[in-house]
Design a protein around this ligand. Structure first.
Ligand code: ZN
Length: 256
């Protein structure tokens, strides 16, 4: 019998699935606000039209669904045959008719949701491999997708901003990005400080080269700092030297 609800009962995983589903709904809303002609316009990503973004988000759902099938069956199925194939697929998808492009996004999102819903509780621990070659439990795919749908909804460039992204998603995103910088050592001389969004608790998140008194601190509210760290926008972020002098906000180190 087909399950009508999630097989997992892990509360953290159910919360994570909710964020992914909300992000998918948000992306769908921003996409549906665009006319077919609007799809031809540029996205926030250099060299990509909105068509490329929609195609990428659709194919990303298919790729993540392959990982869930892998977790369910034990039969290894990579996200993409190769980075080159992934790029070709996006370029091809961007040429689809508007209706086909919209169907690609919708159907891929529904299919992924069914794969997640029907994955047996114990299979969420099974190991799969990301496109970057990281071996992760199947549960990690929920975050991988969450990140994609929320950020790329902003990339559609029709009004969404990082302030629309839920604070827990922004906090994890910022931790991911600054963690990647730290691993590569690209955060040398840089401190990152994000304050809680207004209305939420006043927690301050601090990352980077915190032991360096000469470091430049980039600060702002969580949405502004996450948008800066993701390379999308420096609006609302400020930068100061170790002695408290205001300076121009530096470009964020690359992330992916
Ligand atoms: Zn992406």
């Amino acid at each position: 019998m087909v399950a009508r609800h999630d097989q997992t009962t892990d509360p953290d995983l159910l919360t994570a699935l909710l964020q992914a589903r909300r992000g998918t709904a948000f992306f769908a809303r921003k996409l549906n606000e665009l006319s077919d002609a609007d799809l031809d316009g540029p996205s926030l990503l250099a060299g990509w039209s909105r068509r490329h973004v929609v195609a990428h988000v659709g194919y990303n759902a298919r790729a993540i669904a392959r990982l869930i099938e892998w977790a369910a069956t034990g039969v290894e199925t990579p996200m993409y045959p190769s980075p080159k194939a992934r790029g070709h697929e996006i370029d091809f998808g961007a040429t689809l008719s508007p209706i086909a492009l919209r169907n690609l996004f919708d159907h891929a999102a529904v299919h992924l949701n069914v794969e997640w819903r029907d994955l047996p509780a114990d299979a969420w621990r099974h190991q799969v491999k990301t496109a970057q070659g990281r071996v992760v439990p199947a549960a990690e795919t929920v975050w991988m997708r969450t990140r994609e749908v929320w950020i790329h909804a902003v990339d559609l460039d029709n009004g969404a901003t990082f302030a629309d992204i839920p604070a827990p998603v922004l906090a994890r995103l910022l931790a991911d990005i600054t963690g990647a910088w730290h691993t590569r050592g690209t955060d040398t001389g840089l401190i990152i400080r994000a304050s809680g969004p207004s209305g939420a608790n006043g927690d301050v998140l601090t990352f980077g080269d915190t032991g360096n008194p000469g470091a430049v601190t980039v600060a702002g509210d969580l949405a502004a700092v996450a948008a800066w760290a993701a390379g999308r926008s420096a609006d609302g972020a400020t930068a100061t030297t170790g002695t408290g002098q205001a300076v121009g906000v530096p470009a964020a180190p690359s992330w992916l």
